[in-house]
Design a binder for this molecule. Structure first.
Ligand code: ADP
Ligand code: ASP
Ligand code: MG
Length: 440
């Protein structure tokens, strides 16, 4: 059995959904197809939630009406027969009724998550209507029946596996299942989600749970590129990555994959393929245990990083100092991405400022604490990158004009990480593209 996940652009137009139906019926292998919301929908749902949180029901209503009109046109172009269209409109109407009801009731975070779930619920139901019209046998598998996270927002493959296996066993006559990416239930049993871009994570969790033959992530580009194609003009697709390399790139900003989406596949050793819905025969990127080749593969960047420097000539030399520092971050469940130390100071970075004030307050007794917000991490990732000839000189020559704030190398043989001011992110990615990959 395999998993095929299609992202927002892959289902964002009626003709794309038609293509998806072709792609999932190309071979006879049993499959679970994971769909995102139509492109733009989750952004609109976020807008609705924000407007409601601000008490601006008028603005929320406007977004709902615009979205409704978009779905009406979509259905007209997705389905041929009047009967199929009518059935689909009735299904979608229920979701818009829900959105219109929330305008009238008091808003809270749990309700917001219900709003955010509507996109994937609608895309899968519309796709199911299309498959039905085409006479393609399938079953809708509600993700809310098996996808769950614990009290710390962590998905538990064991629990997911138990529930999913049960559902699949009860429907062993079916060969094709359609389910929602992104959405899940939390420890309280409420509707929740795996954060933005979370459909990749759903796909990998499902692939791990069913021990899929492969987890295919179908998107709008022919695989992982060596640099961010939204920022750098000339980029090339990478043929093969190890799980570690892919996880590093995803975590450090390669938007093609949700930051946490690699570990389930890696842990259960399911190969991941990144493929292009618009160019289905392009090679794409294969992600497996083996890196395939030695050397630098790609760079990625993540912004919104805060650097924290703790300076203390007295404390730093003392053993136990770093443990005390780390304990503060542990207490506030805030993970540290980069760390560098000198005799008198330690600098580290975080990407989540939720508890920043508490963290600073608890660090202050240790020494002088300095903060730099709006920084960007640029990560150069590969396999044993030290073996790439002159890699460090090429790297540092190319960033000569960038005011680098931190450098980290040696934590693993697979990356060099830089911290630069956020305003230098674009320039850094561009100069590295030329300096390391020779691409202009
Ligand atoms: P989907 O909607 O299919 O989940 P996403 O928009 O989340 O698609 O991810 C695909 C996009 O990721 C690409 O269109 C591309 O702009 C962006 N991207 C960023 N970095 C990379 C990279 N290194 N390689 C490929 N794509 C990347
Ligand atoms: N629809 C969700 C989002 O836009 C999840 C996803 O597409 O992966 O973030
Ligand atoms: Mg995505």
């Amino acid at each position: 059995m395999k998993v095929m996940k299609f992202g927002g652009t892959s289902v964002g137009k009626p003709e794309r959904m038609h293509d998806v139906a072709t792609l999932i019926t190309r071979d006879a292998e049993e499959k679970i197809v994971v769909l995102s919301a139509l492109s733009g929908t989750t952004n609109s749902l976020v807008e609705i939630g924000n407007a409601m949180a601000n008490g601006d029901r008028e603005a929320a209503k406007q977004v709902i009406d615009k979205l409704d009109a978009h779905y009406q046109t979509f259905i007209s172009n997705l389905l041929v027969t009047e009967a199929a269209q009518q059935k689909c409109r009735a299904i979608i109407a229920e979701h818009f009724e829900f959105l219109n009801i929330i305008l009238k009731i008091s808003f809270n975070d749990a309700l917001n998550k219900d709003i955010l779930a509507q996109g994937e619920l609608m895309s899968t139901k519309m796709f199911s209507c299309y498959l039905e019209e085409k006479g393609i046998d399938h079953m809708l598998l509600p993700a809310l029946d098996f996808m769950s996270i614990d009290a710390y927002d962590e998905p538990q493959v064991g629990a997911i596996k138990a529930k999913l296996s049960n559902i699949l066993a009860q429907n062993s006559d079916k060969k094709l299942f359609i389910t929602q990416g992104y959405i899940c239930r939390n420890a309280k049993g409420e509707v929740d989600n795996l954060k933005r871009g979370g459909s990749d994570y759903s796909a990998s969790l499902i692939a791990a749970a069913i021990q899929a033959s492969v987890c295919e992530i179908w998107t709008d580009i022919d695989g992982m590129h060596n640099n961010d194609p939204r920022i750098v003009k000339k980029t090339v697709a990478i043929e093969q990555l190890s799980f570690d390399e892919a996880a590093e790139l995803a975590y450090f900003g390669a938007k093609i994959l949700h930051p946490a989406s690699i570990w389930p596949a890696q842990h259960y050793n399911v190969p991941v393929k990144l493929l292009n819905t618009m160019e289905p025969d392009a090679k794409g990127t294969l992600i497996v245990e083996n890196a395939g080749s030695v050397g630098v593969k790609a760079v990625a960047a993540k912004d919104g990083i805060t650097a924290i420097k703790i300076k203390s000539s007295r404390m730093l030399l003392a053993y136990g100092f770093l443990r005390k520092v780390f304990e503060v971050f542990e207490k506030y469940r805030t993970s540290i991405d980069m760390i560098t130390t000198s005799e008198v100071a330690v600098s580290l970075t975080i990407d989540n400022n939720t508890y920043l004030d508490d963290i600073i307050r608890e660090l202050e007794p240790f020494g002088t604490v300095e903060l730099d917000k709006d920084q960007a991490i640029v990560s150069i990732v590969g396999n044993e990158i030290g073996k790439t000839e002159h890699i460090l000189s090429k790297l540092f020559d190319s960033i000569a004009d960038i005011p680098v704030r931190m450098v980290s190398y040696g934590g693993s043989p697979h990356n060099v990480t830089l911290l630069v001011p956020g305003s230098f992110k674009t320039q850094t990615l561009q100069v590295l593209n030329k300096g390391i990959f020779g691409l202009d």
